[in-house]
Ligand binder design. Structure first.
Ligand SMILES: [Mg+2]
Length: 166
C-alpha cells in the first residue's frame, strides 16, 4: 500500500491554481513550474488562453517562476495555446510516463530539485511527477465539464483520495 501511495499522493493539494502560495514554493527552492493545461490553467479542451490563464501565469512569473506547459494534448492545440501566452510547451507529454516532464526540464535547464508540476489528475499528472521524482501539486479540476475518458477516472480518484487521506 505504501509504495502505491508514493506514486499517487501529491505533495500539496489546493482548490485552484489561484490560491496556490507561489511565493512560499519559490522560497522552498522551486523555480520551474510545469503546468498541465486542461482543467488546471484553463477549461477542458479549450484552444485559447483565458483571463484566468494569464492571471495564473502572471502570478507565477511575479513569484519568480519560469513556466512550461506539459500536456498530453495533441501538439497543435497545446502549442498554439502556449504560443498565445507565450510560454514554452511540451505536447504529447505521455503522462503518466515521466518522459514529457524530462523533456520539459531539458528544455528549461531545470532539475528535479527545482521543478514543480501542477495538475488536476492523479493518474496522469501526479503519477508522472512522482515517477520523475519531482514535487507535485494537485489542484481540483477547474470545471466539471470534461471529456468522458477523464470523467470515468474521477470516482477512482475519489477512492484513492479517501484511502490515502488527501
Ligand atoms: Mg488536466
Amino acid at each position: 500500500m505504501r509504495s502505491f501511495a508514493q506514486y499517487l499522493k501529491p505533495d500539496r493539494v489546493y482548490a485552484t491554481m489561484s490560491v496556490v502560495p507561489f511565493a512560499e514554493l519559490k522560497s522552498m527552492g522551486y523555480q520551474f513550474a510545469l503546468l498541465d493545461l486542461d482543467n488546471t490553467i484553463a477549461m477542458d479542451h479549450v484552444h485559447m488562453p483565458s483571463k484566468y490563464t494569464f492571471d495564473i501565469v502572471n502570478q507565477l512569473k511575479n513569484a519568480g517562476f519560469t513556466c512550461c506547459i506539459v500536456s498530453n494534448a495533441k501538439s497543435l492545440r497545446s502549442s498554439d495555446f502556449s504560443a498565445l501566452i507565450p510560454i514554452p510547451c511540451v505536447s504529447y507529454a505521455n503522462k503518466p510516463s515521466p518522459s514529457g516532464i524530462f523533456r520539459a526540464m531539458d528544455l528549461l535547464g531545470a532539475t528535479k530539485e527545482n521543478s514543480v508540476l501542477f495538475g488536476d489528475q492523479i493518474f496522469t499528472d501526479i503519477v508522472a511527477a512522482k515517477r520523475a521524482g519531482i514535487f507535485a501539486v494537485l489542484v481540483e479540476p477547474l470545471a466539471k465539464k470534461e471529456v468522458f475518458y477523464v470523467k470515468i477516472k474521477r470516482p477512482i480518484e475519489r477512492l484513492v483520495r479517501f484511502l490515502y487521506h488527501f
